[in-house]
Design a protein around this ligand. Structure first.
Ligand SMILES: *Cc1c(COP(=O)(O)O)cnc(C)c1O
Length: 588
């Protein structure tokens, strides 16, 4: 498989090793400061809706950045309010005058997870932007129901507008593409699977999956766990009807293994309704290529005379904002992105150029799009794909016959669909524009590369999939007193070997890292433990084992190098000093 020339060779050190390559240019820092002040500050002068007394108190409380226990202790009557909430099971008998505060309401909002805290890097979650909150509020107040045109009116046009904008950005024909805002990235992927199934096996609409036609669903071992929840929900036999393709050392799909599996299916006359790819795995940002899979599907269906070409859905729930860079001038670099990040962006953007070869893909505005939950969009390249989901008109007796066929409601999984996510997304896109998104994405990537730079210089630390230069940084920590060469140690651990000696050494290393993780306390960054940060090599029979580790995801617009430095300073620290915060939650 020939890779784009910008692919950083596995033999070369990534640029982030060099301190010169990971600095923040003054112009970049200045613009980022303006973005924070204008779009992430909850400033009532800029966004007058935030002048409300309750909102003002909420934002004030959330300016306290500390681990949960500390915030609870500092909140006026915090522990008592929490105890009251937990004990409460009685509705108020009477009404309460508007304008009086419900302290419990405010308290619950204030003490919800604080994504505005610059240390919040646990996962693919962000604080929403001011314009997204504002837009979502308008959507909430108007309360359109996207199930049906008569209940949404112009909101439906807004949905089509966002779909056309994203279509144009990615390289779909905006006149031909369709899309739906739905309940999270999981549902977007569910639509992807369903589109493939209904296109390949139209009878499944009435007869289910087991009506006689043999089939296999294909996804990758690096895929998100929603693959499993969705296929199980659809009634797919996970053990017998699902093929999980191997991943490479970079955690992207192994195209050779995919070719072998597809060939075996077609040779046996077995349909492949859907191939689920991932662009941006949650923990290590593996990015599958789409064009080679698209070509492979066409080549093999022609060779075996298979009528149905597999539907390719790309789970780009996390990675999609890289499409804001498809026309970025990398030579002129107008945003002054630093060299390490520019190189990694160029490489990833080459891959995202292939997203247009997907038949459908997942867009989570609620992740790297800085829009409140839930705001997820499934994008579909061709109208005809969505029509394959249409149920018979007699099922929809309470909708006007005339409008049937003109809207999507016969094809949606849901009935009522809220519009707050749509309004939030539209508003964020309008106010931030392409440049705002480019800055925010580049900021996260610069932080991630700086974090990799620091880890690379810390004894005992090892970045997983060190050439995957997305926002997620998975790493393993080894006891520097015992392990002098972490890269060699991981190579040893990755050998598939179920001997007691091997197992004990992996367990010893796991125990060291886990212990450090638990005892470190919350300093600088709040990271997460992951059971499966990378995998062992494959045995002769294809068996493998997951290897655990730690991760940080850099999407937070408030995080700076100082937070990363504070974290790295205590990377191996075994015990919090007296009076320092201990980890209180989120340990699994
Ligand atoms: C988050 C995520 C999902 C699931 O999306 P939700 O919006 O949480 O339902 C699917 N795939 C990937 C790669 C994700 O990171």
């Amino acid at each position: 498989m020939s890779l784009p020339s910008s692919h950083p060779s596995p033999d070369h050190e990534p640029l982030y090793i060099d301190r010169q390559a990971v600095g923040v240019a003054p112009a970049f820092a200045r613009e980022m400061g303006e973005i924070r002040a204008q779009y992430f500050s909850r400033n009532p002068k800029l966004w007058p809706v935030f002048q409300d007394a309750g909102l003002a108190r909420l934002f004030e409380a959330r300016r306290h950045h500390a681990p949960t226990a500390e915030r609870l202790a500092a909140y006026p009557h915090g522990p008592a309010l929490l105890a009251g909430l937990k004990a409460d099971c009685t509705l108020p008998a009477g009404m309460r005058a508007p304008g009086t505060q419900r302290e419990s309401l405010l308290f619950a909002a204030a003490l919800s997870k604080n994504w505005e805290d610059p240390a919040s890097v646990e996962n693919v979650v962000t604080m929403p932007s001011d314009p997204a909150i504002y837009g979502a509020m308008l959507g909430l107040a108007a309360n359109p129901n996207l199930v049906y045109r008569e209940y949404s009116e112009v909101a439906e046009e807004l949905e089509k507008t966002v779909v056309r904008q994203i279509a144009q950005l990615v390289g779909y024909d905006p006149a031909e593409a369709v899309g739906l805002f739905t309940q999270g990235g999981t549902f977007c992927n569910l639509y992807g699977y369903l589109l493939g199934i209904r296109k390949a096996m139209p009878q499944a609409l009435h007869l289910g999956l087991e009506h006689g036609q043999d089939y296999r669903i294909i996804n990758s071992q690096g895929g998100h766990y929603s693959n499993t929840t969705n296929l199980s929900l659809l009634g797919v036999n996970l053990a017998r009807k699902t093929i999980r393709v191997r991943v490479t050392a970079s955690h992207d799909i192994d195209i050779k293994d995919l070719e072998d599996q597809l060939t075996a299916c077609f040779r046996l006359g077995c349909l492949v309704p859907c191939i689920m790819l991932t662009m941006g795995t949650t923990d290590t940002f593996g990015v599958d290529r789409v064009k080679p899979v698209y070509d492979l599907c066409r080549k093999l269906t022609a060779r075996f005379g298979v009528a149905h070409v597999p539907h390719i859905h790309v789970d780009s729930a996390v990675g999609w904002p890289l499409i804001f860079f498809l026309d970025y001038d990398f030579a002129a670099n107008p945003l002054s992105i630093n060299p390490a990040t520019l190189e990694s962006l160029r490489h990833n953007v080459e891959r995202f150029r292939e997203l247009r070869f997907a038949d459908s893909f997942t867009v989570d505005f609620q992740k790297w799009g800085f829009v409140p939950y839930t705001s997820s969009l499934v994008m579909i390249k061709e109208k005809a794909s969505l029509q394959a989901l249409e149920h018979d008109p007699e099922n929809f007796t309470y909708f006007e016959k005339d409008t049937q066929g003109q809207t999507h409601f016969q094809s949606t999984i849901e009935c009522s669909r809220g519009a707050a996510g749509l309004f939030g997304a539209y508003s964020a896109l309008q106010y931030l524009g392409k440049r705002g998104y480019q800055m925010l994405v580049a900021h996260g990537l610069q932080n991630a590369n700086y974090f990799r730079h620091r880890l690379a210089a810390t004894p005992g630390a090892l970045v997983i999939a060190r050439h995957n230069l997305g926002p997620s940084v998975g790493f393993r920590l080894y006891d520097p007193a015992v392990v002098t060469d972490p890269a060699a140690e991981l190579a040893f651990e990755k050998q598939f070997d179920d001997s007691a000696v091997h197992r004990e050494r992996v367990n010893r290393n796991n125990a060291y890292h886990r212990d450090v993780f638990l005892r470190r306390g919350k300093h600088g960054l709040y990271t997460n433990w992951v059971q499966f940060v990378t995998n062992s090599d494959y045995s002769a029979t294809g068996a493998w084992t997951p290897i655990p580790g730690e991760k940080a995801v850099f999407m937070n617009p408030m995080t700076d190098f100082a937070h990363i430095d504070a974290f790295v300073a205590r990377l191996h620290a075994r015990r919090p000093e007296a009076g320092e915060g201990r980890r209180v939650k989120g340990e699994e």
